[in-house]
Design a protein around this ligand. Structure first.
Ligand code: PLP
Length: 387
């Protein structure tokens, strides 16, 4: 007697299946990023208040610090005066998305082709190295290029030193394709620290170096904007504060009335009882000190949850604060459910509305910026006005 043949997946069967609309309606059973645009606008209003009369370039580099550059730019376009990106490609993407405000491109341009691309889209490149001025050369770009020159007042990463600056300014001003009176910016290395002295020295050096410049001037990032109102300039360049991260190494974002824009959540997919003395997860990093309930949540470093988060990293289950236990794996984390009321399917908040991202960043020995930027494409996204 012959057994009936088991169904076999053929390319034809797969094509039939793929042609049907997906019935999978459980997007929350995975890492989900919720973006609160009203919090974003609130934070921008705070920046505007701190800026006094100065104009604002909102930093939206690295896909708007992981929030989505176009989403952020559209939400802020009536509140700020321009946007700041790292690369030409990021600037072009904002133009593609319909953004017409001014856009500063921090990496600038490295060739005539790139200068032409920038000019055509009204992107404003930063010149920070002599090789850029040499590469752009003496040709025109159709439209005159609005340019920024970066002066290194103490960070020693990019920019012309105060000694090199006058010559670079003169050479850039003399280029045929460039609008007269280049604008000038500098960047703070230590405005986030309690000691104001290094930043005050940078501010003084900036004003000394740019005393004869007729163009626009820009000094402050978020920390500079909030802590050094005397820094001055025509433009400020806040980033992290717009997203509700704490720009400082001490204190909290809430002290500055900044609200979290991103909330990263997932679901509990299992609850188990682990016997006393048993070790959890890869490497057995956490040993149960007593027989205890352990929750398993559907998120891991494959979503951007930091793999280096140690035991004790705060996390919120069903509105109750608890801690991460065991090593973070690619798709899963484990949580201490002792004293917690929870069932499978309950919401787990990794950071956001109920838990400041800065607390998680601190526990994982990093900064909020990195946690925001490293979220992966697997994370589902939804945009709301308010939580
Ligand atoms: C990223 C960046 C900013 C914004 O910094 P925050 O600390 O996020 O406010 C400002 N200026 C420059 C040059 C930057 O690269």
């Amino acid at each position: 007697m012959t057994e009936p043949a088991l169904p076999k997946l053929t390319p034809k069967l797969l094509a039939e299946f793929n042609a049907q609309p997906s019935a999978d309606a459980s997007p929350l059973r995975r890492a989900t990023l919720t973006l609160d645009l009203s919090a974003l606008r609130h934070n921008a209003a705070r920046a505007k208040q701190a800026a006094g009369g100065r104009k604002i370039f909102a930093a939206v580099k690295a896909d708007g610090y992981g929030h989505g550059a176009a989403t952020v730019a559209h939400a802020l376009r009536d509140l700020v005066d321009g946007f700041m990106v790292a690369s030409l490609g990021e600037g072009e993407a904002l133009r593609q998305a319909g953004i017409t405000q001014r856009i500063m491109v921090l990496q600038g341009v490295m060739s005539q082709t790139e200068a032409r691309r920038a000019a055509k889209r009204f992107l404003e490149p930063v010149f920070h190295h002599i090789s850029q001025i040499e590469a752009v050369g003496t040709v025109g770009f159709g439209l005159p290029l609005t340019v920024w020159l970066k002066v290194d007042t103490g960070m020693h990463r990019v920019g012309f030193t105060p000694q090199e600056f006058p010559k670079a300014y003169a050479r850039l001003s003399a280029l045929r394709g460039v609008r007269p009176n280049p604008s000038v910016l500098t960047h703070f290395a230590r405005a986030d620290e309690p000691d104001p002295a290094p930043t005050q020295a940078q501010i003084a050096l900036f004003w000394q170096t740019t005393a004869h410049c007729a163009g626009e001037l820009s000094v402050c990032n978020s920390a500079g904007l909030l802590a050094f109102p005397e820094a001055g300039g025509d433009w400020v360049r806040p980033g992290i504060m717009l997203y509700g991260g704490n720009p400082f190494t001490t204190g909290t974002a809430a002290e500055f009335d900044l609200r979290p824009v991103m909330t990263l959540t997932t679901q509990l997919i299992a609850i188990r009882t682990v016997p006393a003395g048993e070790a959890l997860g890869y490497g057995g990093r956490f040993t149960a000190p007593q027989t205890m309930p352990v929750g398993v949540a559907a998120i891991g470093y494959g979503d951007g949850y930091p793999r280096h988060a140690p035991d004790g990293t705060p996390i919120v289950v069903n509105g109750q604060r608890t801690q991460l236990i065991g090593r973070v794996s690619m798709d899963l984390i484990m949580l201490d459910l002792r004293g917690i009321t929870a069932s499978v399917g309950d919401c787990v908040e990794c950071w956001g509305a109920q838990l400041p991202i800065d607390e998680v960043a601190h526990a994982a020995s990093t900064i909020s910026y990195e946690l925001m930027c490293q979220l992966s494409g697997r994370v589902a996204r939804r945009v709301i006005e308010s939580l």
